[in-house]
Design a protein around this ligand. Structure first.
Ligand code: C2O
Ligand code: CU
Ligand code: CU
Length: 524
């Protein structure tokens, strides 16, 4: 039996979200959570013949954690238990309330039992992983509190920095904000052969911005309705859930794996000392060879891997990874837009402002080092001419319509797919996204960046056009691509292995929650 999900209309949604601003995770959340979208399928299939290499229990729980001195902070987090697998395939980041790092080899069969102990519907999505549709954490698979969802899939992705987070429709922003997010690192032989820094020299760094009240409690969307249109922007930068993050390093090379796990903040990464960034990887793993950038944008959902060598610095040397200023569009600026409700909310750390992200301290001298490999991996280039629609790309216009962000004027409906959202299994296509802004006298609200993400696939950027920007790393595999206002991007994407219903959406989580998300259907 298919259940027809109830979609909140805009007014109900805004009302629901403003309830969420009162206090975060404070027990009775009233109308905030839409319980009407019940789990159509709770255990899609428990396969007796599935022999997992890695078997994990992941449980979403309300918890209290020390983030600042004084009162503990109420969060939602994933606790985990390793049922089967190597001990290092499930690692908690020290002092972090974020989800554990799941490590798997390419080809591993993974079973994950997600149990929901938070008072809301939830489901986990494996961001960047190429998995069957019913393993992908589509919002139609949400489970209510007290239930378990069984994931079983083979890791088909190449080595890289992937991640996981909740995906219940209308509540993804709230739940990720509350602490539900973690890294999923895939390893393979090619990565091993590259000879990159590993172990304690391979450092996960999840960048997120948050706001706290005087009692150290998380505050979500203090700007209320208008902030929903722009997306949540916090005034504290947390790395791995830790404020004022300091990294003590040795005089040698490191691999830094950066994930922008923020709801809507964009980082323009750079070294404070002016040294260029050495980028070795993106969303879908290692580049073919390292590339240098003076700075690099990291939009919500995106990953970048940096290689950095501290061997020429003395012990005691300090530097910072910073975010440089940039123009985040009118709506992302300090006033955050102001058309809704009349009141203007002044942001203390607007999107596009300059701030430190990580304080680096060279703390000890070591003699061994690993040089930068000149060859990292093989990136097989998709030949654009193999795309079945090379001469007439599938087009997606990103704009505001009726006070909501849309894709081609449409917003998310749980199982809706339009005719122009159906692709054929086994084909490759060019998809073109165009960040046209809003027009229509939106009082400047309508010019915003949009990080566009496809579920279940890694793609390649074919070209960019429109308003030109630099600071992108488009050389490798991607699952999320940032479009600044006025920008156009063409991607090449292949639809292999799995038929079914997948999502594509803006990874500004408030945009996503308000419906800047659609299904595409891979027809077998
Ligand atoms: Cu990381 Cu549908 O998202
Ligand atoms: Cu995803
Ligand atoms: Cu968006």
């Amino acid at each position: 039996m298919k259940q027809k999900p109830t979609i909140l209309n805009r007014r109900q949604f805004l009302k629901a979200v403003s309830i969420g601003t009162v206090g975060f995770m404070s027990g009775a959340v009233g109308g905030f959570f839409d319980r009407s979208v019940s789990a159509a399928v709770q255990n899609p299939r428990a396969r007796a013949d599935f022999m997992p290499d890695l078997d994990i229990a992941l449980t979403a729980i309300p918890d209290e954690v020390p983030i600042f001195p004084g009162l503990a902070t109420r969060v939602w987090r994933y606790k985990s238990e390793l049922i089967k697998g190597e001990p290092n395939s499930l690692i908690d980041i020290p002092e972090s309330y974020l989800g554990p790092i799941i490590r798997a080899n390419k080809g591993a069969r993974v079973r994950i039992r997600l149990t929901n102990e938070v008072p809301a519907n939830t489901i986990v999505h494996w961001h960047g992983l190429h998995v069957p549709a019913d393993m992908d954490g589509h919002p139609r698979y949400v489970i209510p509190q007290g239930q378990t969802y069984l994931y079983e899939f083979e890791v088909k992705n190449r080595a890289g920095t992937y991640w996981y987070h909740p995906h219940p429709h209308g509540q993804t922003g709230y739940q990720v904000y509350g602490g539900l997010a973690g890294l999923f690192l895939v390893a393979d032989a090619e990565e091993k052969a590259a000879g990159l820094p590993s172990g304690e020299f391979d450092i996960p760094l999840v960048l997120q911005d948050r706001s706290f009240d005087g009692d150290n409690q998380l505050v979500y969307l203090p700007g209320g309705r208008m902030e929903l249109m722009t997306g949540f922007i916090g005034d504290r930068i947390l790395v791995n859930g830790i404020p004022d993050y300091t990294l003590a390093v040795a005089t040698r090379s490191y691999r830094l794996r950066l994930l922008n796990g923020s709801n809507s903040r964009i980082y323009r990464l750079a070294w404070q000392n002016g040294q260029p960034l050495t980028v070795i990887g993106t969303d879908g793993g290692l580049l073919e060879k390292p590339v240098e950038r003076q700075y690099a944008f990291l939009g919500p959902g995106e990953r970048l891997e940096l290689w950095v060598d501290f061997s020429s610095y003395p012990v005691g040397y300090e530097t910072m990874l910073v975010s440089l200023p940039f123009d985040a569009g009118v709506a992302g600026g300090p006033m955050g837009g102001g058309m809704m409700g009349g009141g203007r909310y002044l942001r203390r750390l607007p999107n596009g402002s300059e701030f430190p992200i990580i304080q680096i301290k060279v703390q000890r001298r070591v003699t061994e080092n690993q040089p930068l490999p000149q060859r990292l991996s093989f990136v097989s280039r998709i030949n654009p001419k193999t795309a079945i629609n090379y001469y007439s790309p599938r087009q997606f216009y990103l704009f505001m319509g009726h006070m909501r962000w849309t894709i081609n004027g449409r917003t998310f409906q749980m199982t809706d797919v339009a005719d122009d959202e159906i692709v054929r299994l086994g084909t490759t296509e060019v998809w073109e996204f165009y960040n046209t802004g809003g027009g229509m006298g939106m009082m400047g609200m309508a010019n915003m960046p949009h990080p566009i993400h496809l579920h279940g696939k890694q793609f390649q950027v074919l070209e960019r056009g429109g308003v030109a920007h630099s600071g992108y790393v488009d050389e490798g595999w991607k699952d999320t691509v940032l479009l600044m206002p006025g920008e156009r991007v063409r991607i090449l994407v292949g639809f292999e292995d799995y038929p079914g219903l997948y999502l594509y959406h803006c990874h500004n989580l408030e945009h996503e929650d308000m419906g800047m998300m659609r299904n595409y259907f891979v027809k077998g």
